[in-house]
Design a binder for this molecule. Structure first.
Ligand SMILES: Nc1ncnc2c1ncn2[C@@H]1O[C@H](COP(=O)(O)OP(=O)(O)OP(=O)(O)O)[C@@H](O)[C@H]1O
Ligand SMILES: [Mg+2]
Length: 297
């Protein structure tokens, strides 16, 4: 079977920093792959390369056997690859429903009836979002915002969902609910690549695991094939040579500064904002939290 996603010899460099070195892995349709590793191991950079948010400096990325290396994010999204960035990237001043509608832009400007239907389907899947659909998303709890971030990716009807640290900052009970959502996605045949610090839970839901250390794959296989040492590497990182990386946490409402006033389905404001910044709406949505973090470095 052709892999849904095949990453081969991926390298990502930021100037002199090599964040990802020779990383290879494959994701089959409907499979859950957990990516583990200490701070700075290259997990986020790997996901961002897959969705086109950073350009690989080496290696190839293929979707359904076709080379998509270097493609822009919106083109990759159209193949059914959706990204839920670390920090969630919710627009706190917009309603829950409008945040979901914005997800339609990830896969191209789809204001069709089918798009509206996708939003309704996602609302039906997440009762708490349906209940709060008209409230500003900033009023949701952290766990509810994470559901919204996942829901916004799901309106694209993805075949592959990339989830970066969905559990970050949430209580174990809330995290358990999110893992149940991931198990539900898997049952629907949606493939998931999840970066997780909740290693025990990730090993339970994953079909295969990738452990990164200083940008390299140091262990890979089915969860029951991994040794305790492999998994410990995910917590401990690369020993003495590794420098602890302090990544500033995203502000509680990272997008509050983005003033967008959307009336109903009108997202022309956002299009103008994207144009003013010389980017696309989808890149603005997917990249904004990551961009804020980079700006803070
Ligand atoms: N935009 C950037 N510019 C320069 N260096 C970067 C940038 N993004 C990441 N890095 C560096 O690349 C390496 C890998 O970072 P990355 O964010 O991919 O790791 P991670 O495994 O996701 O870490 P964390 O667990 O902290 O989220 C780190 O050394 C980091 O400092
Ligand atoms: Mg990260």
């Amino acid at each position: 079977m052709t892999a849904l996603l095949a990453v081969d010899g991926l390298q990502v460099r930021y100037g002199g920093v090599v964040a990802v070195r020779e990383v290879s892995f494959a994701v089959r349709p409907g499979e859950v792959v957990a990516v583990l590793g200490a701070n700075g191991a290259g997990k986020t950079s790997t996901l961002r390369a897959v969705t086109g948010l950073v350009r690989p400096t080496g290696g190839t990325i293929a979707v359904d056997g076709s080379d998509v290396t270097g493609w822009p994010p919106e083109r990759i999204a159209r193949l059914g690859v959706a990204h839920v960035p670390a920090g969630r990237g919710i627009f706190g001043s917009l309603s829950v429903a409008d945040n979901l509608r914005l997800g339609l832009y990830g896969a191209g400007a789809d204001r069709s009836r089918a798009g509206a239907q996708r939003v309704d389907e996602v609302l039906a899947t997440f009762p708490i979002l349906a209940e709060k659909r008209r409230q500003p998303a900033g009023q949701l709890s952290g766990g509810q915002q994470q559901q919204l971030a996942i829901g916004r990716a799901l309106v694209q009807a993805p075949r592959l969902l990339l989830l970066d640290e969905m559990s970050m900052g949430l209580s174990p009970t809330v995290v358990a609910d999110l893992f149940a959502i991931v198990a539900g996605l898997r049952a629907q045949g949606i493939a998931v690549v999840m970066v997780e610090q909740f290693v025990g839970q990730a090993l339970k839901v994953a079909d295969s695991v990738l452990v990164l250390e200083q940008g390299r794959v140091v262990a890979a296989g089915a969860p029951d094939e991994l040794s305790g040492d492999d998994v410990a590497a995910a917590y401990l990182g690369g020993g003495e040579a590794s420098t602890p990386v302090v990544v500033p946490p995203p502000p509680a409402d990272a997008r509050e500064g983005v003033r967008v006033d959307l009336g109903g389905r009108d997202i022309r404001e956002l299009e103008r904002l994207a144009a003013a910044r010389g980017t696309t709406v989808s890149a603005l949505l997917e990249g904004s939290v990551a961009g804020l973090l980079e700006g803070a470095r």
